[in-house]
Design a protein around this ligand. Structure first.
Ligand code: BMP
Length: 207
């Protein structure tokens, strides 16, 4: 069965990152990389890691349409499997990303896993999910450590896939996130800091 785990390899040391990607890349659905990795190693790391797994670039793009297009065009040259962008900047900003994404799947953020996300962002998930559907997103990001919110979001997701971080280091549980509606679970520190990452992946999938 295809894995539902996305390994968030938030590493800045190239040899450590490549070693880990080679070790786990075929055992997970995808590897997600974020700003620290791309700032440290350059965008060429996207293509390099694509030899090991599907790569999702977590850039949380959140600017005016023209700047979003310029960012997306740079990333599209590396042909990642997917890219994460914000939806809160409005429909025009997301439209511009989807248009420039080429083959990359666009995943929009509708709610986040950190405690402060409840101050401004998470109350607006309803509008953001509707925008993700109508603007051609492939999926959405919703927290895997807030089961109640995740369930509410999953009831309105339509054909969108839900990608859920917040599992492991941020307190969420792998099975609980899946039972609450996640299609894929994003796991960072508890996986890449584990001395036996493959054993950890297997232990999650066995439960
Ligand atoms: P960790 O499992 O180590 O907490 O990492 C989670 C990863 O998911 C990080 O790369 C973080 O930036 C990202 N993330 C998150 O934690 N919460 C969100 O709401 C959205 C994210 O992209």
């Amino acid at each position: 069965m295809e894995s539902k785990i996305i390994a968030s390899l938030d590493l800045t040391d190239e040899s450590k990152l490549v070693r880990m990607a080679e070790e786990i890349g075929q055992s997970v659905f995808a590897i997600k990389i974020n700003w620290p990795t791309i700032l440290s190693l350059g965008k060429g790391i996207i293509k390099r890691l694509s030899e090991t797994s599907n790569i999702i670039c977590d850039l949380k793009i959140a600017d005016i349409p023209n700047t979003n297009r310029l960012i997306m065009e740079q990333i599209a040259t590396q042909h990642p499997w997917g890219v994460i962008a914000h939806l809160f900047t409005g429909k025009d900003s997301m439209e511009s990303i989807v248009k420039a994404a080429g083959d990359a799947k666009v995943i929009g953020v509708v709610a986040m896993s950190n405690p402060g996300a409840s101050e401004y962002l998470n109350g607006n998930y309803g509008n953001l999910v509707e925008d993700a559907k109508s603007l051609g997103c492939y999926g959405i990001v919703a927290p895997g450590n807030d089961y109640n919110l995740l369930e509410r979001i999953s009831k309105m997701k339509g054909n969108l896939k839900i990608f859920s971080p917040g599992v492991g280091a941020q307190g969420g549980g792998y099975n609980k996130a899946l039972l609450s509606g996640a299609d894929y679970v994003i796991i960072g520190r508890s996986l890449y800091e584990n001395p036996d990452p493959i054993g950890y992946i297997k232990s999650l999938e066995r439960k």
